[in-house]
Design a binder for this molecule. Structure first.
Ligand code: SF4
Length: 464
């Protein structure tokens, strides 16, 4: 059988699918000068191939089938598996219609097809619901899949073959950029675990399957295999919580060192799952960047959405230690929680600037289908176009803010964070006390300019 794997390139803006927003995906359409540059950089550094597709390629190849891969063009084959998303589902279903007209059987995989089957069912022969590997193993063993196909989560992730990047034509050019953790061209994604053990009510990462980890041996075998194929690879651990277990994290570091693996990597985690000793150890075996959610400065706001707050002292400890080691820090913030208002969002933006990670991403609270938040605020949702659930577009009637204010505050967050001298100083890793004093004085002047412009545009400034 010839199996076509379709991971279609997004149509407009910068679209990330795969594991982004759990698989619903995000789309950033630039809405200011700052976000134009931000989007440009995202395209250069964050357009990485799908690890889900690489797993399916490995499963199909292991069973003796031919694999074809496409980012958009129609390809001959017997069956096509299309990576679904919310933010680009219209293009995906149009591609599926064409493929079916050419005689292929088409199935969708991913979170969107699992939780929003109504968007895909008229365009497919089958929809795989759940993590796709178990169902695809049945498909390649000869079972004709049809309709909604429940795919049970695999209890033993070590039984999976390693993702086959070569079958996805993975030969892109990568090169290091000074001071940036991730090379231009991205890196190779690795999943050391699946799901997330936390309970944040707005998060789509935890609604497809339960939390499971791979054994350290199996994980490091994959890293060794990648080092053989792609010397000195840059690894992107896509787990939402890579350092959940301290001992396991240290075991991974020990194993990378013991096997002499020459690699660099980044991971995502919670800041209460890191400390200076763990950071030192990970940095010693190649850690170059971390990403983490701060979400809101307000502990009360976080508690209301099931997120365990992390003391600010701990957040500063980790970010400052990373700065000393030269590890890039990328912080995520969510604006528009239900008890947010102009002032509380201003306080979160203020905190982002004060914490001063290397980079920050601000998104608007999005009620994703299948999450507890969706159940809570579904009736307030006015947005009917599911492609607008992209993380940057207001989708529901906020109790304290107009849509105009919401859009303004999101733009202001990017302006305030990126248009200040200390952003550049952090990026360039300038640490000398004298220079930092000068930068702090310049920051204060720039913050005053932001305030005056905001007051002129909205009759009030975003932060005091
Ligand atoms: S920590 Fe919370 S927001 Fe992050 S992946 Fe887990 S459930 Fe989602």
């Amino acid at each position: 059988m010839r199996i076509v794997l379709a991971d279609l390139k997004g149509r407009s803006g910068f679209v990330s699918k795969d594991t982004v927003a759990g698989g619903y995906g995000s789309r950033l359409r630039p809405f200011s000068k700052v976000t134009k540059i931000y989007t440009f950089l995202k395209r250069r550094f964050h357009d990485v191939p799908s690890v889900q597709m690489a797993y399916l390629a490995a499963i199909a190849d292991r069973a003796g089938h031919e694999v074809a891969y496409t980012r958009g063009e129609q390809v001959d084959g017997d069956v096509a598996l299309v990576l679904s998303s919310l933010v680009d589902h219209q293009q995906e279903t149009a591609w599926a219609d064409q493929a079916r007209a050419r005689g292929l059987r088409v199935g969708f995989v991913g979170l969107a097809a699992s939780k929003m089957p109504q968007l895909f069912e008229d365009h497919a022969d089958f929809l795989i619901q759940g993590e796709p590997e178990a169902a695809v193993m049945r498909l390649v063993a000869g079972e004709p899949l049809a309709g909604k196909v429940i795919s049970e989560e695999l209890p033993d992730l070590d039984g999976l073959p390693f993702p086959r990047w070569d079958l996805l034509n993975e030969r892109r050019l990568r090169f290091g950029v000074p001071y940036s953790g991730r090379p231009a061209g991205g890196g190779l994604s690795v999943l050391a675990s699946r799901g997330c053990p936390e309970f944040c009510t707005y998060c789509p990462h935890r609604i497809l399957a339960g939390y499971r980890t791979r054994s350290v041996d199996n994980l490091v075998d994959e890293l060794a295999y990648l080092c053989e194929l792609y010397p000195r690879p840059y690894i992107i651990f896509r787990d939402p919580l890579f350092t959940e277990f301290r001992e396991r994290t240290l075991e991974i570091a020990d194993a990378i060192e013991a096997r002499g693996l020459q690699l660099t990597f980044e991971c995502e985690t919670r800041l209460d799952r890191l400390d200076p000793a763990v950071l030192d150890r990970l940095h010693g075996v190649g850690l170059r960047a971390i990403s983490f959610g701060v979400e809101s400065v307000s502990a009360e706001t976080l508690k209301k959405v099931g997120r365990r707050p992390i003391p600010q002292a701990q957040q500063r400890l980790v970010v400052d230690h990373c700065r000393r080691l030269g590890i890039v820090t990328a912080a995520f913030f969510v604006l528009g929680f239900l008890d947010d208002n102009w002032d509380s969002i201003g306080a979160t933006i203020d905190y982002a600037v004060d914490l001063s990670p290397t980079v920050a991403q601000f998104k608007w609270l999005t009620p994703y289908p299948g999450t507890p938040l969706w159940k809570q605020i579904g009736p307030k949702v006015y947005q009917e176009d599911w492609e607008e659930f992209d993380g940057f577009t207001p989708t529901f009637h906020h109790p304290n803010l107009t849509e105009n204010e919401m859009r303004y505050l999101l733009g202001a967050a990017y302006n305030r964070f990126y248009m200040r001298p200390s952003y550049l100083a952090n990026y360039l890793r300038i640490q000398q006390a004298g220079l930092r004093d000068v930068v702090a004085r310049l920051d204060a002047r720039v913050a005053g300019m932001h305030s005056r412009r905001e007051a002129a545009e909205m009759t009030r400034s975003v932060t005091c």
